[in-house]
Design a protein. Structure first.
Length: 276
């Protein structure tokens, strides 16, 4: 039997909860050592790949020298990117939109990263890049910044959340409820999961399939307190009965018997919000 790791919903929700879905690269709480290790390993791995393929005309140098160049450079770029993300996260709209956040961060990172590349290239290869080559160098660094930022967003950014009205506020209509098929009309929505091009609706009256994108469904679920626990799942907070472990993964056990996975980027955010 898998051990349950969740206290009763009531006691967990009495704790003050920060918002789920804020920018993980610049959240209020510090990264865990596992997150740091994972992100630095990704940067080092990317550096090793760039070294093996001889990126940016470095292929003429010995492999050992290329590794000495690219691996520390990518790790340093990751640390610089984290520092820049703390600044970008102060922009409210960017902090709530991962791709806007990534676009701003990539552009903001390019110039300082280009200067680092220029200096480190001279240090490792003894080659001073002429000023005339700077536009091409900036373009190459921008490309790498965009690629690495996108990768880190995919790995680290928690899912979207929906919100219930504040206590005492009028109860808004939930647009998604209008899409419920006749069989489950008026049911309590427990969760929505993606299956190919369809969504499976998990409700108090059973489950049904509808044709819709999960991203559109989450937008229409505003008014219900819930979160995207995984790229293919949205879960209503009140539907969570318990939590269990499946190896190193956390799984939410829902009313009605369905089980929703929690992806790694969402574990800390949901825990801090009092889900488990």
């Amino acid at each position: 039997m898998q051990p349950e790791i969740r206290e009763n919903a009531g006691s967990a929700r009495e704790r003050p909860a920060p918002a789920v879905g804020e920018a993980p690269v610049a959240g209020d709480s510090p990264r865990t050592w596992r997150e740091w290790a994972r992100n630095l390993a990704i940067a080092a791995g990317a550096g090793a790949v760039l070294a093996f393929v001889g990126a940016m005309e470095s292929g003429g140098a010995p492999l050992a020298q290329r590794l000495l160049y690219w691996v520390p450079l990518m790790i340093g770029g990751g640390l610089l990117g984290h520092a820049m993300s703390l600044v970008v996260a102060k922009i409210p709209k960017a902090n709530m939109n991962p791709w806007l956040f990534g676009a701003i961060l990539s552009v903001a990172l390019t110039l300082p990263a280009t200067l680092v590349v220029w200096g480190y290239t001279n240090l490792v290869f003894g080659t001073r890049i002429p000023l005339a080559a700077f536009p091409a160098l900036i373009g190459s660094v921008l490309f790498l910044s965009v690629a690495m930022t996108a990768l880190m967003i995919v790995v680290n950014w928690p899912g979207r959340v929906t919100h219930a009205p504040a206590p005492g506020a009028p109860t808004p209509s939930v647009r998604f409820a209008e899409r419920l098929p006749a069989k489950v009309k008026g049911a309590v929505i427990y969760a929505v999961s993606a299956e190919d091009h369809y969504l499976r609706l998990h409700t108090s009256k059973g489950s049904e399939l509808i044709l819709m994108r999960l991203s559109d469904a989450i937008s229409e679920l505003e008014g219900l307190e819930g979160a995207q626990t995984h790229r293919s799942w949205w879960v209503a907070r009140d539907a969570v009965e318990s939590t269990r472990r499946d190896g190193d993964r956390i799984v939410l056990v829902l009313k009605g018997g369905a089980e929703a996975p929690v992806s790694r980027p969402n574990v800390r955010a949901l825990r801090e919000a009092g889900w488990f």
